[in-house]
Design a protein around this ligand. Sequence first.
Ligand SMILES: *Cc1c(COP(=O)(O)O)cnc(C)c1O
Length: 239
Amino acid sequence: MGCDILCNRYMTSIAANLQAVRARIAAACVAAGREADSVQLLAVSKTWPASSVREAAAVGQRAFGENYVQEACNKAAELADPGLEWHFIGPLQSNKTRQIAENFAWVHSVDRLKIAERLATQRPQELPALQVCIQVNVSAEASKSGCTPDDLAALAHAVAALPRLRLRGLMAIPEPSDDSRLQRSRFALLRQLRERLNSEGLVLDTLSMGMSHDLEAAIMEGATLVRVGTAIFGERNSA
Ligand SMILES: *Cc1c(COP(=O)(O)O)cnc(C)c1O
């Protein structure tokens, strides 16, 4: 106890927040009967400067999520740290796919075949395959982003067949809710959709789901990667 207080006194708030988020993930894994290392933490650094990423990296955080291509590329260039892994998690536009294919390790938000085909064509040969998740709309009328559960199977099989991409799994952003049963039912749907695709011969190991306010519910339903911004870096200014 004394050590915790002493150590925290000398940590930056980002380092202390990261430690708290890691503790939440560990506790949720215990509650879910899962291994502590079965959930990866993606630190969502959108809107925060390179100095904030550096603070998180200094205490061992390696994977960072960004929504805006140009902002992310500027930050990555400023940091010039080849040990960092950049994940694109924002809405995808056709005119941004080349920059994404050339600068990111992962893309979580693929929701249509045309975008996946462009990423496959534009992924440089000298880089490893681009790691891809398909974003699914698990909230029906409450949300617009992501492919529908009905369209998922055809899209997933088509994406899995593309060169230069490796389809890793599914991603969802359910509508915000304080009702933990509703949250869990959305995450459970994503888990069931992945199970169905795997039973059809795909090998998907990733469920990218859970954010600052609902990561516990997501971990209970099988999240393998949680995307956390506010709980690490603080409240974002809504521009
Ligand atoms: C901003 C964002 C997050 C992080 O949300 P927080 O509530 O700040 O943790 C996660 N995923 C996506 C796709 C985002 O756009």
